[in-house]
Ligand binder design. Structure first.
Ligand SMILES: [Zn+2]
Length: 87
């Protein structure tokens, strides 16, 4: 996704939706400069279970999402229950 620029005052509202694309190697994707970091270290175990519902399918929030902008860390949201945490 390209950079989303601020719309001009008085312009029509713009809405965007993210398309889910599976990330095959999430650690390499999120931490390309830390090859020794493991999913277990970041998420408690290699299964990376959601603490709320025990699902383990996660949506990596886009960098333009507010949670990511404010925290500066990659945020993820459980696809099943919406629980949000950071990697
Ligand atoms: Zn969950």
């Amino acid at each position: 996704m390209g950079k989303i620029v601020k719309s001009a005052t008085g312009a029509k509202p713009m809405f965007f939706q993210a398309e889910l694309v599976r990330v095959m190697d999430v650690m390499k994707h999120v931490y390309p400069n830390q090859p020794n970091l493991t999913l277990a270290e970041r998420m408690g175990s290699e299964l990376a279970l959601c603490p709320e519902c025990s699902d383990n399918r996660w949506w990596l929030l886009p960098k333009t999402a507010s949670a990511v902008r404010e925290g500066g860390k990659p945020y993820i949201e459980c696809i099943n229950c919406g629980f949000t945490t950071h990697m």
